[in-house]
Design a protein around this ligand. Structure first.
Ligand code: SIN
Ligand code: MN
Length: 289
């Protein structure tokens, strides 16, 4: 799936694109059916919400779960980002965020590239997020919220928040957020929130400032995030464990468009468990391979 000139221009101005209903009920059903077993696994790559047993984020399912290994090679998710970055991509991060009914906690205001730069030494922001909704996303279950155009600000000052939620994040303070929202239109469009049925997709720039509030509703809001990085822009430090920030910079090759409905072989390198090396970390800067 390729982007039109109009979509490329819209992305340039706003920093995100929304594709309602891009995946069918059957495709979403196939992905959804794999989630409960993944969330049941007792492993550190399933971050639980603070003080509860509910999963906040599952990492790296594309390495050990067939449905998600296929999604990680899906042309509807990969090709639009190739169009934007004009280069082959590798998977920097893969997560299935729970945001479960009643328990799903906030994601504080942040830019993803802030974390990728500060922690992983990713050289530039030539990386994007693509999210697919596995449940309907409404105003009630903690939708993502964006400040349109904020990606044009580059890397914004952030502080390392290790206490608000169970997952450490480089977050942006309220004063800066207020200015950015004002600049984007204040009450008139300064914050937007793409919502839609399960199967909808959002593509957003790694510098776009975003957040989401907690889920007080009885409806889960499970979404999958592919963080795709231009191969030449690969990370230069392994400070975070490999299941969070991947170290295999092999370009992604897409499967056919029907890969979530028909059988295709996919490699599952971590199907028998995550290797010990993926838990090892280092502060050393690595050279450009
Ligand atoms: C994220 O920003 O990485 C996740 C936000 C969300 O799932 O609401
Ligand atoms: Mn984020």
């Amino acid at each position: 799936m390729h982007l039109t000139e109009e979509q490329l221009n819209k992305f340039d101005q706003e920093g995100y694109l929304f594709f309602p209903n891009l995946f069918s009920k059957e495709e979403v059903g196939y992905l959804n059916s794999a989630v409960p077993d993944l969330y049941k696994i007792r492993a550190e790559y399933n971050f639980r919400e603070k003080g509860t047993d509910v999963v906040r984020t599952n990492f790296a399912a594309h390495m050990y779960s067939e449905p998600f290994a296929k999604l990680a090679r899906h042309p509807r998710m990969i090709q639009p980002v190739e169009d934007l970055l004009k280069e082959k991509l590798y998977m920097h991060q893969f997560k299935i965020n729970g945001k479960m009914a009643f328990e799903g906690d906030v994601w504080q205001w942040h830019q993803d590239y802030g974390t990728w730069f500060n922690d992983d030494l990713m050289p530039t922001s030539r990386a994007m997020n693509v999210a697919i909704f596995l449940n309907d996303v409404t105003e009630f279950n903690g939708p993502l919220i964006f400040i349109p155009g904020s990606h044009k600000k580059g890397v914004i000052d952030a502080g390392h928040d290790t206490s608000t939620t169970s997952y450490p994040l480089w977050t942006i303070n309220n004063e800066i957020i207020t200015k950015l929202v004002d600049r984007a239109g204040g009450l008139n469009g300064g914050i937007v929130s793409p919502k839609g049925p399960a199967g909808s997709m959002i593509l957003f720039h790694s510098c776009l400032v975003h957040a989401s509030s907690n889920n007080l509703s009885p409806f889960n809001r499970i979404s999958v995030y592919l963080s795709l990085c231009a191969v030449s822009n690969h990370i230069r430090r392994y400070k975070r464990k490999e299941y969070i920030a991947h170290r295999d910079f092999t370009p992604i090759e897409c499967l056919p468009d029907d890969c979530l409905i028909n059988d295709y072989n996919v490699d599952l390198p971590w199907k028998d468990g995550i290797p010990q090396s993926a838990y090892e970390t280092s502060m050393k800067e690595i050279s450009n391979k």
